[in-house]
Each structure stands twice: as C-alpha cells, then as structure tokens.
Design a binder for this molecule. Structure first.
Ligand code: ZN
Length: 139
C-alpha cells in the first residue's frame, strides 16, 4: 500500500510538471500507450508534437505506402483518459485525490476543477473497477 504522502506528492507532481514530463511519466507507468499501430497498415505510428492544441502530442502514420499516410490520432487512444476533454493534469489530479479519498468538494475548491469533471472521472473509475471485479467473480 502506498502511503498518503506519496499520493500527495503525486498530486503536486501532476499540478506542476511540464506536459512533456507528465506524458513521459504516464507512458512509462502504462497509463498512456507507448506504442500505437496504424489501424490501416498496422505499422508502428510515430509520436509527433501537436503544440497548438490538446495534449501537445499525437500519433502519426508515417508509412508513405499507407492510404492513411500522415493521418493522426490522439495521444489518449486506448487509455483511461480517452473521451475526456480536460487536461491530463486535471484528470490525474482527480484520480489521485479519489485514491486519497479526498471529498469531491475539496478537489473542486483546491484545484478549481469542475464538479462535473470530478463526477465523470470518479464514475469512470468506479466503472473500471466494477468491470474488473465482475470478471473476478465470473472466472
Ligand atoms: Zn498507416
């Protein structure tokens, strides 16, 4: 079990880290994919920057023979974060605070995160855990 102070350090980290560092950390911990294959040519896509918007990165098919050459997909594909528009920093904050059993009103007050986002993230977390335990009882 991780000590409470470890979670608090994680929250501080996700609130202050640069996007590059946060993305690398999420990849190295398996929370974001490190490799993505093009759904058309099945070759490995390259991680490119997308400084103008979103997470700052995107996956790009660089196979010149692929009909979807230079097609991009979002960094969050296949991860817990897919489907959310909020920043990775805000999403990680809600997740770590939820793990700390911090009341939703504190998450909202301390970090300026909307109640709607906090609710959606915690509902998804409960859903993921619930699915895991349902398969635990079936197997
Ligand atoms: Zn391709």
């Amino acid at each position: 079990m991780v000590a409470k102070t470890d979670y608090e350090r994680l929250v501080l980290f996700v609130r202050t880290a640069s996007l590059d560092v946060l993305v690398q950390r999420l990849m190295s911990s398996g929370l974001l994919k490190k490799q993505v294959r093009c759904s058309h040519c099945t070759l490995q896509m390259q991680l490119g920057t997308n400084a103008d918007k979103g997470d700052g990165f995107r996956w790009i098919c660089m196979n010149k023979h692929c009909s979807h050459y230079k097609t991009t997909i979002g960094l969050r594909v296949g991860s817990f974060f897919a489907g959310f528009k909020a920043s990775l920093s805000d999403l990680c904050t809600v997740i770590f605070c939820w793990l700390l059993e911090k009341p939703a009103k504190d998450i909202i007050a301390d970090f300026g995160i909307s109640k709607n986002l906090a609710t959606k993230v915690t509902q998804k977390l409960r859903g993921v855990i619930s699915i895991g335990f349902k398969s635990f009882f079936v197997n």
